[in-house]
Ligand binder design. Structure first.
Ligand code: FES
Length: 247
């Protein structure tokens, strides 16, 4: 299989980037897109050229590290998959594949296809703790949590923080990410003690970063690899109003 890549190359955040074309032959349809980039990078090393930098870690759709625009869509042409789970069988032999980094003011490009998503970390740091007694392991049944509640909290907790929601949103809003992180903690009894405080702190931090406001276009839930619904954003907004009134 042969593919023609157009890849965004940018030396560092201070320099301007540009697309560069690469023809890559000898690929197999069962390779993942990231493996195709590995293949390309090996040939670049052999030629003494600089390799294409891209984010990745688990390559199993779990960690949220990978992420790029593939032919104009966050994580590529399939709904609800991460870039590492995108395989070449989703393309035709001879296709042109355009790769560029996630575009958002809050995610500055570090190099080539890598962006700085530390704005997400700062949102998490603002509210990511629960009030728990330390010491010996607590009795497992001390906090009874019903199956429905546990499942719902897990739906929110499944957010891997990849940033596709931000990258695909025309406003570059982080509302889906922030709401998932707030809702998974606020729903559980252990997270209720600081719920108001956490909601205000995380939403305020989101506002302080360079993210835009949510206008409910729904693009985020289409691209989210974990299928998180925009109903999560409504729940966060309701929690924010309540927390603001309780201050
Ligand atoms: S590399 Fe971990 S989700 Fe893609």
């Amino acid at each position: 299989m042969q593919l023609h890549f157009k890849i965004w190359r940018q030396e560092n955040p201070a320099q301007k980037g540009q697309f560069k074309a690469y023809d890559v032959a000898g690929l197999h349809e069962d390779m993942s897109l990231l493996e195709a980039l590995d293949f390309l990078n090996e040939s670049l090393v052999m030629k003494g050229e600089s390799v294409v930098a891209f984010d990745h870690d688990c390559r199993e759709g779990i960690c949220g590290q990978c992420g790029m625009f593939v032919n104009g869509r966050a994580h590529g042409p399939l709904d609800h998959v991460t870039t590492c789970q995108l395989h070449l069988r989703s393309f035709q032999d001879g296709d042109v594949i355009t790769l560029e980094p996630f575009r958002a003011a809050a995610f500055p490009v570090l190099r080539d296809l890598m962006v700085d998503r530390s704005a997400f970390d700062r949102i998490i740091q603002k509210g990511g703790f629960i009030n728990a007694h330390t010491g010996s392991a607590p009795e497992a049944n001390a906090n009874l949590i019903g199956k429905k509640l546990a499942d719902k909290a897990m739906d929110f907790a499944s957010c891997i923080g990849c940033g596709a929601c931000v990258a695909t949103c025309k406003n570059a809003s982080a509302a889906l990410f922030t709401s998932a992180k707030i809702n998974h903690l606020n729903r559980l009894p252990q997270g209720k003690i600081e719920a108001h405080e956490r909601t205000l702190a995380m939403v305020n931090q989101m506002e302080e970063e360079a993210f835009g406001h949510c206008s409910f276009t729904g693009a985020c839930e289409v691209e989210c690899p974990q299928n998180i619904s925009i109903a999560s954003i409504s729940e966060m907004n309701w929690s924010f109003i309540k927390a603001s009134l309780m201050k």
